[in-house]
Design a protein around this ligand. Structure first.
Ligand SMILES: [Zn+2]
Length: 490
């Protein structure tokens, strides 16, 4: 006999990532208790950053559980505020996420403190694209106005307090909460440890929260687990307006830019995010090395977090895609790169700034801070340098400008001409495309009764909503922040 439908009073509210790509935070309210899924940082402008200070209108004291899908800061970055907001219970996440979370959150607290100090000392990182007329004196460009003060959301003590509450769970393991509620994690194929969260009430799946869904096209991790039959699916839509066909051959693109760099004895600079993108780039560089495209080049991994995450990904062979798993089992490491060196200190990083005959992977991925800035300051004026730009860049940022042929860049109060070649490297996204997301909604025994789209711009979630409706999903919603969605019932 089928289990009874959940009462119509089952409610979902998005408190972030509603029509935007950061700040994931979803509240599920059931007759048996409430669960918070993800509590991520809102990122982008300084105004967005200040929105993190204002807690969402949630009764944190009464939550039955807080559950985390994965360790990217736009999903986990507000968690250390939970203690102050009154939540005293456990934080559930997968074992892989629990391995990453201490470094991610301690790094987040440290970064906030550093940014505040830089603000008061007038040494904040500066990275701006400029378009100068021929003959125009760079000194004629007015100085950049000081940014607004950055917020300090929490201190390291609050991070440590939260870390003591982590309850690590295996994929598929059921965790009983209160009054018939339970949760378990399904594999999401996005980054190490990433999961979707399956919420059950008396054995019936009432809701699934996708977190971020990986693309099988990327080919590094195994594919997302099939979707169980559920009343509600909360589905990310980061690439809801992009198709698989848009993705070119990443190996071919990388090989071609490596060959250019080898031919002129130059440097390839790869701005990268530490978790996800960096491991994919190392895997692709390993393939390039096997085919001779790295000969004569040294590789520097200038991002300690990326090196740490790479070790975890290498170790979790059961999470790799089948071809990589087979290679690992036969002793052939798909992440092995000859002449690779990891850098752990700023002085080591400064010593190799845009060093010739090398490939340098460095953070931050948006080219707005971190060691990539001194590599760019050194490398952009040189014609033998290539900058490989992958993924999305915020409007008016340096990465955005480099893709739009800016003539100069202002980096940390110095204007440099841009003579380096810029290459867009596609195919490294950790997110599923529109077709892949739609295919996932059909992967279970039954379609979800209601789909709520989050974690995408208004354009991308609108495009995905249209696609899903066109495929016969009758109830697809795109609620605003704080708007209550009722679901379930007869
Ligand atoms: Zn993510």
């Amino acid at each position: 006999m089928p289990s009874p439908r959940p009462p119509a009073s089952t409610r979902l509210t998005l408190h972030g990532a509603a029509g935007e790509v950061t700040g994931s935070c979803s509240l599920l309210e059931t007759s048996a208790g409430s669960i918070l899924i993800d509590f991520g940082l809102l990122q982008g402008s300084r105004r967005d950053e200040w929105r993190n200070i204002e807690p969402p209108p949630i009764d944190f004291h009464s939550l039955a559980a807080v559950v985390l899908t994965h360790a990217h800061v736009d999903h986990c970055g507000r968690l250390p505020m939970l203690g102050r907001l009154g939540y005293r219970g456990p934080l559930f996440c997968t074992r892989g996420t629990a391995e990453l979370l201490p470094r991610v959150l301690r790094g987040s607290a440290r970064l906030q403190r550093t940014r505040l100090e830089e603000f008061h000392q007038g040494t904040w990182p500066e990275a701006l694209p400029l378009w100068l007329e021929p003959g125009q004196d760079p000194a004629s460009i007015p100085a950049t106005p000081a940014p607004d003060e950055p917020p300090l959301l929490y201190e390291s003590g609050e991070v440590e307090h939260l870390l003591r509450r982590i309850h690590a769970v295996d994929f598929g393991e059921r965790v009983a909460l209160e009054r018939g509620l339970s949760i378990r994690f399904g594999f999401a194929g996005h980054v190490h440890g990433a999961a979707h969260v399956i919420v059950e009430q008396h054995g019936r799946v009432i809701a699934v929260f996708s977190g971020d869904v990986g693309s099988p096209h990327t080919g590094m991790l195994r594919s997302v687990d099939p979707l169980p039959a559920c009343d509600l699916l909360v589905l990310e839509s980061t690439r809801g307006d992009r198709l698989v066909a848009d993705a070119p051959e990443p190996d071919r693109e990388l090989a071609s830019v490596l060959d250019e760099v080898r031919a002129c004895g130059g440097t390839l600079l790869l701005p990268t995010f530490a978790l996800g993108r960096a491991q994919q780039l190392v895997w692709r560089l390993s393939t390039a090395a096997t085919n001779g495209h790295l000969e004569g080049l040294s590789v520097y991994l200038d991002a300690p977090m990326a090196e740490f995450a790479l070790r975890l990904v290498r170790h979790a062979t059961e999470d790799l895609a089948e071809p990589l798993r087979r290679r690992m089992a036969s002793g052939d490491d798909p992440f092995a790169v000859p002449n690779v060196r990891a850098l752990f200190t700023r002085s080591d990083s400064l010593k190799i700034a845009a060093r010739p005959r090398s490939v340098i992977l460095a953070g931050a991925g948006f080219c707005d801070a971190g060691p990539i800035l001194h590599h760019l300051a050194e490398g952009l004026p040189r014609e033998d340098v290539r900058v490989g730009l992958s993924g999305w860049y915020p409007d008016r940022s340096l990465g955005w400008g480099l893709l739009r042929d800016c003539t100069h860049a202002r980096i940390n109060r110095k204007v440099v001409p841009v003579r380096a070649g810029r290459r867009r490297l596609e195919g490294y996204s950790g997110h599923a495309s529109a077709e892949e997301l739609a295919a996932w909604t059909r992967s279970g025994p039954d379609r979800p009764r209601t789909i709520v789209l989050n974690h995408g711009t208004q354009d991308s979630r609108g495009a995905l909503a249209e696609r899903l409706r066109g495929e016969g999903h009758r109830d697809v919603r795109t609620p605003a922040n704080g708007e209550v969605v009722e679901f379930g019932g007869a």
